[in-house]
Design a protein around this ligand. Structure first.
Ligand code: 6GU
Length: 241
């Protein structure tokens, strides 16, 4: 997969050289390129923003600069991603869908956002455009939201996560439940013991305990996820929990 990120702060994306995503890049599993939007400015001050028509606080990113940049970076198969707090919420389902793409282009806005004609123009030109938010809070720009998407998508690409089994039993995975709590050595730490059942070697009991924990945790923390479960998701035993 190819991913291009356009930003006025390329250094913000430096963490993508580390850890799993960094290794995936080195291994050639993802072709990730970070660009400085100011490379497409045409004035001495490398200006990317201006005051909003209609008035109001803050600055808006100019469509001409973005247009030159995107004309150069977009390919016919690209999905153009625009991080914005007013977008559709990015979820694990979105990550799975975007992991199927050949080319993602993430255009990071700053200030009060990008002139709305940019999204309109590229949609009109037949480019698929997705405006997305990573949650109900406000960030200063799209860079962190780009990091979130690159990491969430890259780890779903074939070969990026060493053991693909670790992709299946996950919070926000197929079960529609949060993950159960996990423990490792030592079996006793401070005043706390690892739950007895996990040391029992009884796989059926362990599986049942984990499912109970996942159900309880989800019901407490994310009742909306319980409501969203399909009618077949819970059996009679689950309903006792
Ligand atoms: Cl994608 N951008 C900004 N600036 N703030 C956000 C966001 C995105 N998602 C949540 N808050």
């Amino acid at each position: 997969m190819r991913i291009d990120v356009l930003t006025i702060f390329p250094d913000y994306l430096a963490p993508l050289e580390l850890s799993l995503v960094g290794k995936a890049r080195t291994a050639g599993l993802v072709d990730l390129r970070v660009h400085d939007l100011r490379d497409w400015t045409d004035d001495r001050h490398r200006t990317v923003d201006d005051t909003p028509f209609g008035g109001g606080a803050g600055m808006v990113m100019r469509p001409d600069v973005w247009g030159r940049a995107l004309d150069e970076v977009l390919t016919p198969e690209a999905l153009l991603l625009l991080p914005t707090p007013s977008g559709d919420v990015f979820t694990q389902a979105t990550a799975h869908s975007w992991a199927e793409e050949a080319h993602l282009v993430v255009a990071c806005g700053r200030y009060e956002g990008i002139d709305a004609r940019v999204a309109e123009h590229y949609r009109g030109a037949g480019v698929r455009v997705a405006e997305y938010s990573i949650g109900d809070y406000v960030l200063n720009g799209g860079e962190v939201a780009a990091l979130v998407v690159v990491e969430a998508v890259a780890r779903l690409l074939p070969g990026v996560v060493g053991n693909p089994a670790s992709l299946v039993e996950e919070s926000h995975g197929e079960a529609g439940l949060l993950e159960y709590p996990v423990y490792t050595k030592p079996p006793a730490w401070r005043e706390l013991a690892v739950p007895e059942v996990l040391l029992s070697g009884h796989h059926a009991r362990i599986e049942r305990w984990r499912r109970d924990q996942a159900l309880r945790r989800t019901a407490r923390r994310r009742p909306d996820m319980i409501d969203a479960l399909g009618p077949a998701a819970l059996d009679a035993r689950d309903r006792e929990v």
